[in-house]
Design a protein around this ligand. Structure first.
Ligand SMILES: Cc1cc2nc3c(=O)[nH]c(=O)nc-3n(C[C@H](O)[C@H](O)[C@H](O)COP(=O)(O)O)c2cc1C
Length: 246
């Protein structure tokens, strides 16, 4: 397989009006479910939202991001330890998954499943945008989608045909930044300079810094986009949902 398919892909946030047939959505999900998963327990599930009413309910939970308001299909991929637990209940077994370790397996399975959906969709000419906002509003999604205990929304996927043919491929850190041969080599300040040089010198990064009134790109990411209080709130809600914290 030519790996340029992976190198040239990009997130799509603007979709055309072209309908995505149910049969294609189902085919993509069915193929994605062949992804590796923990012990073949498949500790995930996905809610497909296509109705106007359903999408209008979900969009504000995704903070009305354009990808969420404009996509013909919204998927909510969930970490799911409930189905396995119910199977155990019905078969004289006691599930061992209702704890943080079990949830970690389910989160791993759901993340791999989600990415397999994205890859299958992109390979079929569809565009996708992950919506991490699913975890910003765990209670809201659980209520809107009737998610019971043992099922946690992990990530949304906005799905549709791209409005535009061309798309901008985004930057990535250079290989030495992410690969450690044989042993992990900790990052020196010089390494950090080298690894982030290209990203920091992009015109869009400078605009980003100016727009947010910050001095460095790292400040934009750590103080505006992914600040500590937001991550703590997401983590607290997830731990409550997992039953790990009250
Ligand atoms: C877990 C996760 C959550 C994401 N959440 C959002 C989101 O809420 N909104 C958005 O526009 N993009 C979201 N993205 C897309 C990333 O911003 C995007 O993948 C990244 O900037 C790299 O760009 P590329 O996919 O075009 O290569 C998310 C991606 C992941 C994996």
């Amino acid at each position: 397989m030519n790996l340029d398919f992976f190198r040239n892909r990009a997130t799509v946030r603007v979709f055309s009006d072209r309908e995505v047939p149910d049969s294609l959505v189902c085919e993509i999900i069915e193929a994605a479910a062949h992804a590796p998963n923990t012990g073949n327990m498949q500790l995930y599930s996905v809610v497909v939202t296509k109705s106007e009413e359903g999408r209008q309910k979900l969009a504000p939970l995704h903070f009305n991001q354009p990808a969420a308001t404009g996509a013909p299909v919204l998927l909510t991929v969930c970490a799911d330890i409930r189905r396995f637990g119910k199977w155990c209940d019905c078969r004289q077994a006691k599930t061992g998954l209702y704890n943080f370790g079990g949830w970690l397996s389910a989160i791993t399975d759901a993340a791999i499943f989600a990415q397999q959906i994205v890859t299958a969709a992109e390979a079929n000419g569809l565009g996708c945008c992950y919506l991490g906002t699913a975890t910003y509003n765990i209670d809201g999604f659980s209520e809107a989608l009737d998610l019971p205990e043992g099922v946690m929304p992990l990530v949304g996927i906005a799905l549709g045909y791209p409005a535009e043919k061309e798309h901008l491929v985004s930057d990535r850190l250079p290989m030495p930044a992410i690969v450690h041969f044989e042993k992990f080599h900790d990052y020196t300040a010089e390494d950090i300079d080298a690894y982030y040089k290209e990203k920091e010198s992009l015109a869009e990064s400078e605009i980003f810094i100016a727009e947010n009134g910050k001095r460095t790109l790292a400040q934009v990411f750590s103080e505006v986009r992914y600040p500590r209080d937001l991550n703590e709130a997401v983590g607290d809600a997830a731990l409550r949902r997992m039953g790990v914290r009250k």
